[in-house]
Design a binder for this molecule. Structure first.
Ligand code: HEC
Length: 187
C-alpha cells in the first residue's frame, strides 16, 4: 500500500522538476543559436547592426515583429524598418519564428549585455563570409550546426528523462488502480 504511494510521489516529483527545467528559456543560448551569427551585443557590426541598446532605438512590439517578419515591414514601408534595411546595405534579415517567451528572453539577455561580447567577437571573418543571409536562414543554420549540437543534445537528454519519469508515473498510477480499484457506485 505504501509502495504505490511512494512510486507515485517519486514519479510526480521527478516529472515536475524535469518538465519545469525543460521549459526554462535561456536567452543567452537562444541568442547564440539564432542571432550571434549576424549580431553582437556591444562588439560592433557583423552582418547586421550591433544590438547593444536596440531597445532604446525601437519599441518592443516593433522588435518582436521585426524578428519574425522584417521583410513584410519593409514592404509595407515601415519607416524604421526601411531605414535599418538601407543602412545595412539592403541585406534582408531572415524571418526567425520564435515565440514571445523566447524573444523576451533574448531581449533580456541583450539588455543585460556584455556576457556574450567576447564569444561573438571570436566569430572570425571566414565564418562571416560563409554566412550568406541572402540565401535565407538555411546556410546560417548549417554554419552554426556544430555549435548548436551540444545544446540540442542537452535538450534531447532532458526530453528522454522526462519521458522516463512520465512512464514511471503512469506505472505508479496503474499499480495504484490495480490495488485499489475505484469504488463502484451502488445502484
Ligand atoms: C542572417 C543574419 C541575421 C540573423 C541570423 C539575425 N539577424 Fe537581425 N538583422 C540582420 C540584418 C542584415 C539586419 C539589418 C536590417 C535589414 O537589413 O533588414 C538586422 C536587424 C535587426 C534588428 C534591427 C536593429 C536596429 O539596430 O535597428 C534587430 C532588433 C534584429 N536584427 C534582431 C535580431 C535577433 C534578436 C536575432 C536572433 C533571434 C537576429 N536579429 C538574427 C541580420 C540577421
Amino acid at each position: 500500500m505504501i509502495t504505490y504511494r511512494v512510486v507515485l510521489l517519486v514519479g510526480l516529483l521527478i516529472y515536475s522538476t524535469l518538465s519545469s527545467k525543460a521549459q526554462e528559456v535561456d536567452g543567452s543560448a537562444l541568442f547564440t543559436t539564432n542571432c550571434a551569427a549576424c549580431h553582437t551585443i556591444g562588439g560592433g557590426k557583423l552582418v547586421g547592426p550591433d544590438l547593444n541598446g536596440v531597445l532604446d532605438r525601437h519599441n518592443k512590439a516593433w522588435i518582436f515583429r521585426f524578428i519574425r517578419e522584417s521583410q513584410s515591414m519593409i514592404n509595407e514601408g515601415d519607416e524604421q524598418a526601411v531605414a535599418v534595411f538601407n543602412e545595412n546595405n539592403m541585406i534582408p534579415m531572415p524571418a526567425i519564428p520564435l515565440s514571445d517567451i523566447e524573444i523576451e528572453a533574448i531581449l533580456e539577455h541583450i539588455s543585460s549585455k556584455g556576457e556574450d561580447t567576447i564569444e561573438t567577437k571570436l566569430i572570425d571573418e571566414k565564418e562571416k563570409e560563409s554566412i550568406k543571409p541572402y540565401t535565407s536562414g538555411n546556410s546560417k543554420r548549417k554554419s552554426q550546426a556544430a555549435q548548436n549540437t551540444s545544446i540540442r543534445e542537452g535538450m534531447l537528454i532532458g526530453l528522454w528523462i522526462t519521458l522516463i519519469a512520465t512512464t514511471v508515473m503512469i506505472i505508479g498510477i496503474a499499480y495504484a488502480l490495480k490495488k485499489h480499484p475505484p469504488h463502484k457506485r451502488k445502484e
